[in-house]
Ligand binder design. Structure first.
Ligand SMILES: O=C(O)C(=O)C[C@@H](O)[C@H](O)CO
Length: 332
């Protein structure tokens, strides 16, 4: 009995073949909802998802009939994903995600039912969101299942109030209490970095690799941000090239300090105003730049312990979250 789980974000898609509760195989592709938003329709995303799915079947000598269910989480429920499904309101637990699974009959490419795991929002049912209050709204699609995985694996201890930070195309900070997400703060980060790298003069001045972060340069970027604001801070990065003061690697670390600094500054404000009882900050990610979050959390919020985790027993936290959903379903 096999399930396929497809975790698809803004920029990437990962598909997992699961037998009972065991991971059998995985496939990934650099296509996400951003690509359907740019294309103006979701064919590119669905085709990429199906390509991963077909490879899993082919590589494991399986047929369509062997797959009991196909599940998907992340940006697939965004307007530009598979089909738009409203977020679920906080508080969010694994059980709530399971209870609200959305069944979607995908007729274009998969031609079968998909079980969609919904995202989460801070707005409550019935809230009217307008230009006056939208700044107080936050939402995730994909990070909620990662939190479920982190709670299930005890990386987020149930008896501690934690902030989970998931750096990515967008960086969300989820405030987790008693194993449930009770608040979120959302930021536009990786996509900003990508746009700067792809479409500005800085593109030719920054390192193309994911490089090791050094606190001296990350802190420098943060200081520029604080002192001058984002526009001048970015110009200073350009200035280091004009006046030939440092290498592309150093510039990239300064740049990380600027973008990450803007997020961690917000975290500092949230902790001093709303999330006062936070005991631990846990950052997840597999790339080296994620260290910039640890460096700046230690700098800006020195009283709260911070840890970077890269997954659990070789599994992504989204997969751990999905396995937890399967377990919860088995119990009912
Ligand atoms: O809810 C949406 O539609 C989003 O755009 C959420 C997005 O920021 C993801 O959480 C990124 O991982």
């Amino acid at each position: 009995m096999y399930n396929v789980y497809i975790d698809s974000g803004t920029s990437n898609t990962r598909a997992y073949l699961v037998k009972k509760f065991e991971l059998i195989d995985t496939e990934a592709i650099n296509v996400g909802t951003k690509d359907s938003a740019i294309a103006g329709n979701n064919n590119v995303l669905l085709t990429a998802m199906k390509e991963c799915y077909d490879k899993l079947l082919l590589n494991n000598k399986l047929q369509e009939i062997d797959i009991v269910d196909i599940w998907s989480s992340g940006m697939v429920t965004n307007t530009f994903g598979i089909t738009e499904v409203e977020h679920i309101s906080i508080p969010i637990t694994g059980q709530k995600l399971l209870d609200k699974i959305y069944l979607h009959n995908e007729e274009k490419i998969f031609r079968r039912e998909l079980k969609l795991i919904c995202g989460a929002k801070t707005a409550q049912p019935g809230d009217i969101i307008d230009i006056e209050n939208v700044e107080r709204m936050n939402n995730v699609r994909g990070e909620e299942i990662e939190v479920v995985g982190m709670v299930a694996t005890k990386i987020l201890p149930r008896d501690k109030k934690c902030v989970m930070i998931s750096p990515g195309s967008h960086t969300h900070m989820c405030y987790v209490k008693d194993g449930a997400i009770i608040d979120i703060a959302s930021n536009f980060t990786g996509e900003l970095n990508y746009a700067i790298v792809k479409s500005t003069i800085l593109g030719g001045e920054l390192s193309e690799k994911d490089i090791k972060m050094n606190c001296e340069y990350v802190n420098k970027g943060y200081q520029y941000l604080k002192q001058y604001g984002i526009c001048r801070a970015l110009y200073i990065v350009h200035g280091t090239k004009v006046f030939n003061v440092c290498s592309d690697d150093v510039r990239s670390q300064i740049m990380a300090g600027i973008i990450t600094g803007s997020v961690v500054d917000l975290l500092g404000v949230k902790i001093s105003e709303d999330w006062k009882d936070v005991e631990k900050i846990i950052i997840i990610g597999s790339k080296l730049y994620v260290e910039s979050y640890r460096i700046l959390c230690e700098e800006i919020i020195p009283d709260v312990s911070v840890e970077v985790v890269y997954g659990y027993e070789g599994k992504s936290f989204a997969l751990c979250g999905f396995l937890e959903i399967l377990r919860l379903r088995n119990q009912t």
